[in-house]
Design a protein around this ligand. Structure first.
Ligand code: 2P0
Length: 322
């Protein structure tokens, strides 16, 4: 009745922002991501008949805010197992939590894998993706390594699948940390506000399928320039929606903009690199392996960048060996 799993965060190259059904956490748009190896979540799940309710500890502290989402995921698995037993969930990240580094994605992917093993269910990845998605819309992508695709299906469902293996296009990612505090507005609240108030939201959703198709083709063809173009376009469109939400969602810090400009300058001088930015102030620079030292040194020298984290493409969520 106890198991531990690890998972890596992922970052979307074609972004997810907005829901078509908040209750079932169904995304309004698909997304294409890479799973990173340089950061990790470790989650232990123990079902204990002595517990009256699920207990959630995140980074050593009791976390009531996350507990409801954890319980929603565990309820799906308890239904499958025909059990009502509550669980003790202990999760820790080796990177800043709730700061735009996709800790909820790695956290809920690890939770689904560990809880499935604890209950002895042996669910398929498709079923685990459903469980992880209830916790966080981006979490199914962290079940897979390399490049992962999440898309809406014509029947109203959501499908998440591997799109290209890490070994087939081993890009590198340099994460520039510009602030480590938790974000002021959660992605969940921000998405609801964008849908309700941004004049750009409808166009974001309408034009998204074309971006997703362009991203999928660029990855399959390993076309770096094409991927750079669609990834930066998708990122800036998403942030345009955020900026025009009421009240405005401005996740960027001054150093965020400075990093973005440095990356553009590097590319103009011939370095194969592009940026993406999530619901937080950190900048992720995606580059060819030969460019990683240049990109790292350039971003580390930007005033306001406290550190850089170098990542390769990682593997999917899995049971911990020990
Ligand atoms: C993404 N983000 O595609 C986008 C880009 C942030 C910006 O998915 O409400 O924590 O739990 O489904 O998955 C972050 O949102 O949101 C996210 P919920 P989630 O990576």
């Amino acid at each position: 009745m106890r198991a531990t799993a690890t998972a890596h965060p992922n970052i979307a190259l074609v972004k997810y922002w907005g829901k078509r059904d908040g209750g079932r956490n169904l995304p309004a748009v698909g997304s294409l991501s890479i799973t990173l190896d340089g950061m990790r979540t470790r989650t232990a799940v123990e079902f204990d008949p002595a517990l009256q309710s699920d207990e959630v500890t995140l980074n050593g502290r009791s976390d009531g805010g996350t507990a409801a989402r954890v319980t929603a995921c565990l309820d799906l698995l308890r239904d499958r197992a025909g059990r009502a037993t509550r669980a003790r969930v202990t999760s820790a990240n080796d990177f800043p939590t709730g700061a735009g580094l996709a800790s909820s994605a790695s956290g809920f992917a690890a939770l689904a894998v560990a809880a499935d093993r604890s209950l002895g269910l042996g669910l398929s990845l498709a079923d685990l993706a459903e469980v992880a998605r209830i916790g966080s819309g981006s979490a199914p992508r962290s079940l897979f390594g390399g490049f992962a695709l999440l898309r809406n299906e014509p029947d109203g469902g959501v499908r998440c699948e591997p799109w290209l293996a890490a070994a087939d296009w081993p890009l590198r990612v340099v994460v520039a940390i510009t602030a480590t505090g938790p974000k002021a507005t959660s992605s969940r609240d921000g998405m609801a506000a964008s849908r309700d108030s941004s004049p750009l939201y409808r166009e974001w959703v309408r034009s998204h399928d074309a971006d997703l198709a362009a991203g999928m083709a660029a990855v399959r063809q390993r076309d770096f320039a094409a991927l750079a173009a669609v990834a930066e376009r998708s990122c800036l469109k998403m942030h345009a929606v955020m900026f025009t939400t009421e009240p405005a969602l401005i996740y960027w810090e001054p150093a965020t903009v400075d990093c973005l400009q440095e990356i553009r300058k590097l590319r103009q001088r011939g370095t194969p690199v592009f940026f993406t930015i999530d619901a937080g102030p950190q900048v992720k620079a995606i580059c060819e392996p030969a460019a990683v030292a240049t990109v790292s040194a350039t971003l580390a020298a930007v005033p306001g960048v406290s550190r850089v984290i170098e990542c390769g493409l990682g593997s999917g969520a899995r049971i911990a060996d020990d």
